[in-house]
Design a protein around this ligand. Sequence first.
Ligand code: UDX
Length: 446
Amino acid sequence: MRVSVHGCGYLGAVHAAALARLGHEVVGIDVDPARVAALAEGRAPFFEPGLAALLAEPGGAGSLTFSTDVAHAGVADVHFLCVGTPQSAGSGVADLQQLEAALAALRPHLRPGSVVVGKSTVPVGTAARLATDLPDGVRLAWNPEFLREGHAVADTLHPDRLVYGVPDDGDALVERLDAVYARLLDDGVPRLVTDLATAELAKVAANAFLATKISFANAVAEVCEAAGGDAVALVGTMALDRRIGGEYLGVGLGFGGGCLPKDIRAFAARARELGVGPAVSFLDEVDAINDRCRERAVVLARTACGGSLAGRRVAVLGAAFKPDSDDVRSSPALALARALAAEGADVVVTDPQALALAQAAAPELGYAADAREAATGADVVVLATEWDEYRDLDPGALADVVRSPRLVDARNAVDGARWRAAGWDVRSLGVAAPRAARPQSSSPTA
Ligand code: UDX
């Protein structure tokens, strides 16, 4: 099929490349010439494992081109909208300007029979509104995307589910989407057909649930800190309950990134507009628990340094909002680094992939090329993003370069016993006191 993809960010670039892999003739459109130039040369404009390989070699019968000129989308029969819907400045409401602009630019190139498919995360009701204002014979469906950064290629080519939101008389739209995703359907990926509103809500509801799960773990972590428990061991007991499961129960610095924080705020804002604000007012608490994770990590670092961070050198390992990404949007690690600097600490941040973006976002902080350089002369080392290379650090070698061997493990990422054996004072979120040596549990997850 001939397909166009509008917006070539984390979502659109991967979607375009994946559709080419699935055998389609794809043109990706973006307003950013530098991004289009990189993609056209087969270079990923951001760090996303597997994307460069997919761009270089979509494989199969598909083809992949990129352009800033939306007229190139005119040849396509199906047009995917993948632009960003960030949080509006000063409120939780989603900013739909990019979406409106992309659709307005595409409009003259639509013709009877064209199908527009929204993938961007939008407030419920947006699709129905957009559908009423399309040229004659043009139909609209909503097909939310659930990919995780860092796993975007695999999540797109092997999704847990496909959701098609279509109007009542949308059989032809379903057929068209089935043709786009034929190979995934052949692989047995479940496909759920809903109305437009349910499809829009499918995305925000899933993200709100995940954020709530993370904040639940961090809420019990606060209780453990006060009561003398160990939250990591506690969630280990919960994770073995098959009804709960262990995913998104990590005790630590909490969630960030381009989706979860803004999605829960937009969901709550839209619910208030609809007169059902109280139904999701708990999401304000989910947000507040998440923010407190950073404050509690500052307290751990301050306490480790004897009560004040003023003039102390702090090495922050990690700037990305999570490992395997260079994205620093709403990054808990970068927020923590800023909060430490606000207490007068001399903060040096490092990250394997996100250094350039971190430096652009927070130029007031110090930066180092790697963990060893960041930790040199440090009074305390704070592990803020759980990259494998930080989990695997040699605590003995690092102890040789720091001023004082103190570690705040804000992601519960390292083997504390190993670091203590190398002479480190290790403090973690959710654990009242250093974990004593104790008999091994028989379950590996406990
Ligand atoms: C998320 C959703 O997972 C995805 O389905 C949706 O389409 C987009 O939003 P992403 O933003 O890439 O994807 O991040 P994700 O991997 O879900 O992690 C979100 C944040 O939660 C990260 O900051 C991560 O560090 C944090 N997290 C995750 C925790 O703090 N604890 C956990 O147990 C899991």
